[in-house]
Design a protein around this ligand. Structure first.
Ligand code: NDP
Ligand code: 2IT
Length: 445
């Protein structure tokens, strides 16, 4: 990254300690030299300097009361990164690890991901260092109400449209939407996505990220003359993305042999029993160890992180950032992995990405492979704007078309820039060019 090295040094200086943000920026910048060499007008217009500085960053206090009357204070964030292609769009994450650097890495990735979908959505992200684990429904509701009491001033269907991410699913979106409606006296469906289907939500939004990730994997395999049918798949995580990645992989004829949570992972050689997993995770909000207990002889629980020791043809990291290390990548390659697709955001460390690329494993970065979630959010916005609601089959077909489109544009862009088969190069350049061209057209903003 010779052209962008001085810019990167300045980004490190101005955003001290924000390690995940540095990592996300570096992963994009190190692929951009060929574009900047061909297009000096992008350098003159200081597109990269502008893109790396969010348009607006909001940090606010979120006070709330637990069930025993004790008061807690959390920190809320919304980083509005780029609205050049549409209203800011991106999820909210509730997890104790959340800080400004994490929200900025996610918001930065979201700009390019959203561009790749081809939908009119800008990039943003938010959340809180609130830990939902072990909290009652009433506590979650009070927290969401307090969070929205500040956030409502900053969002709107034409301004900024949040959705879910880690720790934020249908339940939280419900409480957030209820409080927004109450404060503003507006049933403004398009202000949040991931809503329940009876009050403005889209069919297939719950499934979209996991389904999309598997569809992308299938496209990568297809371009190599293979398919998912009969393959063994390893998935990490057991949340929204992981569960629906498992479901789609099974529908396409694969056997999914693992999933995990932050306590450890399960191995189920016969294939994950999805009804059991959903009952434990979606209904009872339980722990993954319980899966092995209830599944009996078929499955075993392994405490601690891992997953990637299990032999597989395709690996889908669907939990969190930097969960798949260089050592894990070497193990996967040794065990013959053919494709890796990031259901989570930046789950693969840069060193691990290099291992996959050197071994010619098909590797899909999150901004391409997990874009089905936000793309279906944009379909939800489209339905809200026209007060319409589509069937599951129609929405899923739109999702499949979008994932094929993303795959093809990453594939052809990588070829155009002399890096055939490199989906990291393809995704970064295709997303960047769309955003950069819009910025040039809209003047110095
Ligand atoms: P959920 O909260 O539904 O599930 C998260 C899963 O990851 C849980 O199994 C959780 O285990 C595990 N996990 C989270 N943090 C850690 C950690 N620090 N260490 C180990 N395991 C962890 O979130 P989602 O499924 O929605 O999100 C998963 C990933 O997908 C995230 O990277 C998110 O940014 C990304 N993503 C989500 C989209 C969406 O539409 N929801 C869209 C695109 C990307 P535990 O319960 O033990 O914490
Ligand atoms: O990382 C992501 O793309 C998401 N969490 C989904 C964002 C959205 O607005 O649907």
């Amino acid at each position: 990254m010779t052209l962008v090295e001085p810019l990167y040094a300045e980004i490190l200086r101005r955003n001290r300690g924000e390690h995940e943000f540095h990592q996300a920026v570096r992963e994009v910048l190190e692929t951009l030299d060929p574009v900047l060499e061909r297009r000096p007008e992008l350098v003159d217009a200081r597109i990269i300097e502008r893109l790396c500085e969010p348009e607006r960053q909001l940090i606010f206090r979120v006070p709330w009361m637990d069930d025993s009357g004790d008061i807690h204070v959390n920190r809320g964030f919304r980083v509005e990164f780029s609205s050049v292609l549409g209203p800011y769009k991106g999820g909210l994450r509730f997890h104790p690890s959340v800080n400004l650097g994490i929200v900025k890495f996610l918001g930065f990735e979201q700009i390019f991901k959203n561009a790749l979908t081809g939908m009119p959505i800008g990039g943003g992200k938010g959340g809180s260092d609130f830990d939902p684990k072990g909290r009652s429904d009433a506590e979650i509701m009070r927290f969401c109400q307090s969070f929205m009491t500040e956030l409502h001033r900053h969002i709107g269907e034409y301004t900024d449209v949040p959705a879910g991410d880690i720790g934020v699913g249908g339940r939280e979106i419900g409480y957030l939407f209820g409080q927004y409606r109450r404060i503003t006296n507006r049933h403004e469906s398009g202000v949040l996505t991931g809503k329940g289907v009876t009050w403005g939500g889209s069919q297939a939004r719950t499934e979209a990220t996991g389904y999309g990730c598997v569809l992308f994997t299938a496209e990568m395999l297809r371009s190599r003359g293979e398919s998912l049918d009969g393959q063994t798949v390893a998935v990490s995580g057991s949340g929204n993305v992981a569960i629906y990645a498992i479901e789609k992989a099974q529908q396409l004829g694969a056997t999914v042999v693992t999933c995990s949570d932050s306590d450890g992972y399960v191995v189920d050689e016969k294939g994950i029993d999805l009804d059991l997993l959903k009952e434990i995770k979606e209904v009872r909000r339980g722990r993954i160890a319980e899966y092995a207990e209830r599944r009996g002889a078929h499955a075993r629980f392994v405490p601690g992180t891992g997953v990637w020791d299990v032999r597989c043809d395709a690996a889908l990291p669907c939990a969190t950032q930097n969960e798949l290390t260089e050592e894990d990548a070497r193990t996967l390659v040794r065990n013959g992995v053919k494709a890796v697709a990031e259901g989570a955001n930046m789950p693969t460390t840069p060193e691990a990405v290099r291992v996959f690329q050197e071994a010619a494993v098909a590797f899909a970065p999150g901004k391409a492979a997990n874009a089905g979630g936000v793309a279906t959010s944009a379909l939800e916005m489209q339905q809200n704007a026209s007060r319409d609601s589509w069937t599951f089959a129609y929405t899923e077909e739109r999702l499949a078309q979008i994932m094929r489109h993303i795959h093809d544009s990453c594939y052809t862009t990588a070829e155009r820039y002399g890096a055939p088969g490199n989906y990291v190069v393809g995704a970064n350049i295709a997303g960047f060019e769309m955003v950069a061209d819009a910025m040039l057209a809209q003047g110095l903003i």
